[in-house]
Design a protein around this ligand. Structure first.
Ligand SMILES: NC(=O)c1ccc[n+]([C@@H]2O[C@H](COP(=O)([O-])OP(=O)(O)OC[C@H]3O[C@@H](n4cnc5c(N)ncnc54)[C@H](OP(=O)(O)O)[C@@H]3O)[C@@H](O)[C@H]2O)c1
Length: 290
């Protein structure tokens, strides 16, 4: 008998690639990893054909328009990929009886909270990317009864482009770096998030709704950069600066720390501390270089 199938979209991104690595531990399923070229999620007919062919029991949507600053000038594209296409994918899931695991972001919040954000807290995105992801959440939940959304933050991995890699590169090029210290949250190692997703599937109970997931701890980008410096043995000086000294096209929430109580209680999540995960990612990067 053939194994039940899981379709993963956006599979060449950070999370998609970590899922590919982690999927070897869930051998009771057949995984179909689809890149943007293989399955552009804004093409409803292509999405339908993949579902028809594989009849997936789960779809993990890792596809997203993630260029936060560019989204300010590419609103239509951001909404097409992050909202409209997610709605279509979700509707296709409903049609085929597929459970949808969709990924969203801390940027659905306005950043004005002083305490960790719960799934039920009011949203209020302050940039186009956040608004497009929020609309994607709404459509994902509306069009399929079996939708589970994981909101995460500050994702990095040994794969793809991210803050950790940018910092390592800049630290090798410059004697000092200015890094923002008044935006607070927690990073998420995509390998941990991938394991969490597979743990949800392996749990055998699928409870739809929104969940928050990031690594444990509360830090600023300055703290994150300083840890990267310390753990890589760089001598680059890291200087804290306020957001006002680093203007970007998209505004970022000042505070976006996610409260993970729900996922811990429903799925017994054991979430690694951010610094331990950063160490793991750095050693993974070293292995890749070797
Ligand atoms: N990165 C973060 O800091 C962060 C923070 C919070 C939440 N998230 C969310 O976490 C999820 C995974 O993010 P990530 O960091 O893995 O992002 P990523 O590395 O940018 O990967 C996104 C993937 O989606 C693909 N893609 C883009 N448009 C597509 C389309 N129209 N059809 C199919 N695939 C498409 C991209 O393809 P190409 O490689 O060809 O461009 C890429 O492989 C996303 O939902 C994101 O919004 C990310």
């Amino acid at each position: 008998m053939s194994k039940p199938t899981i379709v993963v979209t956006g599979s060449s991104g950070q999370l998609g690639r970590e899922l590919r690595d982690a999927s070897v531990n869930l051998s009771e399923y057949q995984f179909i990893f689809a890149t943007r070229q293989e399955l552009p999620i804004e093409e409803p007919e292509q999405v339908r054909l993949v579902f028809q062919r594989y009849q997936p029991v789960y779809c993990i949507n890792c596809a997203a328009y993630t260029a936060v600053d560019k989204a300010e000038s590419e609103r239509d594209r951001a909404f097409l990929v992050n909202a409209e296409s997610v709605g279509i994918q979700s509707g296709t899931c409903q049609q085929f009886g597929t459970k949808l695991l969709h990924i969203s972001t801390d940027y659905v919040f306005d950043g004005n909270s002083a305490v960790p954000l719960k799934e039920t807290d009011p949203t209020g995105p302050i940039n186009v990317y956040g608004a497009s992801k929020l609309e994607g959440e709404r459509l994902a939940l509306l069009n399929n009864d079996d939708t589970l959304i994981l909101r995460t933050s500050w994702v990095y991995s040994a794969y793809g482009n991210n803050f950790v890699k940018t910092m390592i590169r800049l630290m090798g090029e410059r004697p000092s770096l200015n890094v923002i210290n008044d935006q607070v949250g927690s990073p998420t190692y995509a390998a941990d998030l991938a394991r969490m997703i597979l743990q949800i599937i392996a749990a055998g109970k699928f409870i739809p709704g929104i969940y928050h997931y990031s690594n444990e701890g509360e830090i600023s980008w300055f703290d994150f950069a300083s840890a990267i410096r310390d753990l890589t043995g760089s001598s680059c000086e890291i200087r804290p600066i306020p957001t006002s000294q680093y203007p970007t096209p998209a505004r970022r929430p000042r505070f976006s720390l996610l409260d993970k109580t729900k996922i811990k209680s429903v799925y017994a999540a054991q979430i690694p501390f951010w610094r331990d995960s950063l160490e793991k990612c750095l050693s993974q990067m070293k292995k890749q270089e070797a």
